[in-house]
Design a protein around this ligand. Sequence first.
Ligand code: MN
Ligand code: MN
Length: 265
Amino acid sequence: MSNSQISVIGFPLDENSSFLRGPAKAPDVIRKIFDSYSINLCAENGVELRNNPCWNDVGNVDLTTGADAMNQIENSIRGLLNSGIKPISLGGDHSITFPIIKAFAEKYEKLNIFHIDAHPDLYDNFEDNPYSHASPFARIMENRLVNKLVQVGIRTINPAQQRQIDKFDVEVHDMINFDSSMNFDFDGPVYISIDLDGLDPAFAPGVSHHEPGGLSTRQALQMIQSLDYEIVGADIVEYNPDRDINDMTAMVCVKFLKELLAKMS
Ligand code: MN
Ligand code: MN
């Protein structure tokens, strides 16, 4: 292991997706675009990321299936955290976030999550799969793994999910009330979970569930960049290369990866 403070790690898992497979291909496509030399690897705050020793890429985890895969993800993240490294995970569908946060919760007593998504992902039971990508935040909240969950970009709250929001006291900033000047208040370190479908499909068409009326790339970046808290980890999930157009969503993933690396370094 090098002296890097941040490690990028890939979890090619999409078996917990409810509609389409595809996100398992995402980590390799994101890396291909990142390494393509078609882009500038300087983040907006001026941090150059190419050949910067502050981060490394530890590759993909060769995952099995079911609960075993969840344990592999949790153990991989635990290993990085125990080495003092801040992980940025590339999904994969959103099911990876529950085992990731299980490992984080052992290290951080007052962890907060800043979650960008079109969907609350709080279903108590979706298709009888406890690991469904529609349920990671239900698992996180019922296990009391975090201090606070803040969701932005949300635009699909049905009565079942509203009950879960109320039950777990989730702070939801839904799109119908979106205000670009809103501030976020956390007590303790923050983990950022970015589901690409939180963006409008005009900006990020490469997702399994198109939900119009979402965030612009700029709005999402601005919220992330203005978070004045210690960012201890992040994930970028639900990119589906099979649905992408000219790699434009892969480029959005790379953009988020660059900005997260620069902010966390
Ligand atoms: Mn979503
Ligand atoms: Mn999601």
